[in-house]
Write a protein that binds this ligand. Sequence first.
Ligand code: GDP
Ligand code: GDP
Length: 438
Amino acid sequence: MIPVIALVGRPNVGKSTLFNQLTRSRDALVADYPGLTRDRKYGDGKVGGHEFIVIDTGGISGDEQGIDEKMARQSLLAIEEADSVLFLVDGRHGLNPADEMIANHLRRSSKPVTLVVNKTDGINEDIALADFYSLGFGELQPIAAAHGKGVHVLIDHVMLPFAEQVEEARNQIDLDSRGIRIGVVGRPNVGKSTLVNRMLGEDRVVVYDMPGTTRDSVYIPYLRHDKEYTLIDTAGIRRRKHVKEAVEKFSIVKTLQAIQDANVVIVVIDSHEDLVEQDLHMIGYVLDAGRGVVIAINKWDGLQKDEREHIKSEVERRLGFVPYAKVHYISALHGTAVGDLYDTIETTYESCYAKWSTNRLTRILEDAVSEHQPPMVNSRRIKLRYAHQGGSNPPRIVVHGNQVNSLPGSYKRYLENKFRSVLKITGTPIIFEFKSSD
Ligand code: GDP
Ligand code: GDP
């Protein structure tokens, strides 16, 4: 499991600034379920080769009256989910009574706490730090989140105890799983556990009796039509004796970890509910993590024809940002179209990890160009000469030519569509890079 870091501190100390520095990602997941706080934001952290999940607790109130209660309800949840806590204070404002309150709470938690003194840019660091030793958290970490100063050193320090754990977890995943690793994610009650059960309960599916049951997400390896797969069970169906409250069994951290561990992720959406930001963010998050995505619109049973039409047009409209993701309309409950998911899982996996020769890519490029010439620029025609693969997962295609910087967006889209259809790429973006030789 990749480690989870929580950011806590009173308002305005720079938590969101640090969160943005650590994630640099557009897709943070915000917990906004009934019964859960709206004040926690989750993102994928990547700094200097370290990978982790970061939680920003946002709004601990500065007012001393409310702080105990707010701490209890919001940050304590995040602290509980975390492996390590960064306690932020403001180096410009010095020690504050609210800091002391938070410190009291943190001292009672069993999690490792690092005291981080922010906004040390342009001020005397020693003086800024002096105030905070009295909080009793030992060594202080000075940073300037807004400028990224000290952030690398901080993360090296925080991640040090987890290096071994991360390595072990990676090896364990390889041991526990076989074939394509499939994550099934979605909001509470969309039908994830029903789908997982259905997938494992299909005829001719043989579940190996060796899941890694000691872990938070269970890996369930199985055989289907002579092919091996591993389902990553975020809903905990295997350990669940009876159905608990959705809020209890749903965890964003588990969702993010499952996405990290998967090769292909099925994002399950409930057709009986409106598509909400959460659904879209989850898809965005999967893509950000560089995983293949398959979309399953669930509970397709028992809908009238006009309801189906309406949902389909909504899906088309709202999911326009992932035109390459295949959408399946399924009923996990009745098993309708569940088997069809596998074709898409296979092509998505292949799309993510495929290797193509320079010859093949160049031939596709030449065909595309001869069907439809790039425009003239400065009375010279833009020339596209050859293409090679720059990477996979997500696939990267590098196109070499002359004046490629003047290539219009419409032509780039034409090329992308061409490569996409010839190479049969689904479920993943293709990254194009254009290199000029003049
Ligand atoms: P949060 O309420 O703890 O999430 O704090 P924010 O991240 O919103 O930051 C509060 C204010 O402090 C903003 O105006 C930031 O621009 C500023 N700030 C954050 N980090 C730094 C820093 O490293 N140096 C300075 N000078 N200002 C900072
Ligand atoms: P999870 O929280 O995402 O794991 O959702 P569950 O699998 O626990 O399902 C939530 C509820 O939706 C349960 O009452 C299921 O019986 C119901 N459900 C799941 N899939 C379907 C489906 O395809 N059709 C219908 N009508 N109900 C479904």
